[in-house]
Design a protein around this ligand. Structure first.
Ligand SMILES: Nc1ncnc2c1ncn2[C@@H]1O[C@H](COP(=O)(O)OP(=O)(O)OP(=O)(O)O)[C@@H](O)[C@H]1O
Ligand SMILES: [Mg+2]
Length: 159
């Protein structure tokens, strides 16, 4: 019998995938499954899935346009806050500020709308994009789930 009261201080996962488009749904579902422990609402899980999907798709489409490379996905849960980091070692972004502007795309001929980063920003609380050394891109996204507080109170009542 486990009488120890479990307190989730910090939990982490890492996942490396090849930049095949088939792996995008696997990546988003894996992060979603991992963050269930923080008691997000269905809407919050869908927000995370959408943001991860956009970031991973960018790696597939832009980072490795003519090759297959690694995409590293790290997720960290501390309390009711999720931080997801998606890194690639691809071609990189020359002008990050411009790339993050709504409707900016370097591939209009592929009918891209240039809304990926805007979508990430609208579904997550914080989105930070930086250059990797020697090349590539790192996207760090943070979201605090609002549902945790009420769930913790329920747990306390049952303690
Ligand atoms: N991982 C990456 N590596 C290299 N370039 C990137 C990466 N992610 C984004 N970019 C650049 O930033 C631009 C904007 O990305 P964003 O996701 O907002 O739009 P998009 O991918 O072009 O279109 P959409 O996401 O709407 O299909 C891209 O067109 C691309 O030039
Ligand atoms: Mg995109």
């Amino acid at each position: 019998m486990n009488t120890k009261k479990e307190v989730l201080e910090k939990n982490e996962m890492t996942l490396t995938i090849k930049s095949y488009s088939q792996n995008e749904s696997f990546a988003r579902s894996t992060v979603a499954a991992f963050c269930v422990q923080a008691n997000p609402t269905l809407e919050e899980i869908n927000d995370v899935k959408t943001a991860v999907s956009e970031a991973v798709t960018n790696c597939v489409v832009h980072a490795y346009p003519n090759s297959v490379g690694d995409i590293l996905i790290k997720a960290e849960i501390q309390g009711n806050t999720l931080k997801v980091t998606i890194s690639d070692w691809g071609v990189g972004i020359q002008d990050i500020k411009k790339a993050m502007e709504p409707f900016y795309t370097s591939k209009p001929e592929q009918e891209r709308s240039g809304m990926g980063f805007t979508v990430m920003e609208s579904f997550m609380d914080i989105v930070e994009v930086s250059a990797q050394k020697p090349n590539g891109v790192k996207v760090e996204m943070t979201k605090t789930f609002k549902s945790k507080a009420s769930s913790s109170k329920a747990e306390d009542k049952n303690a």
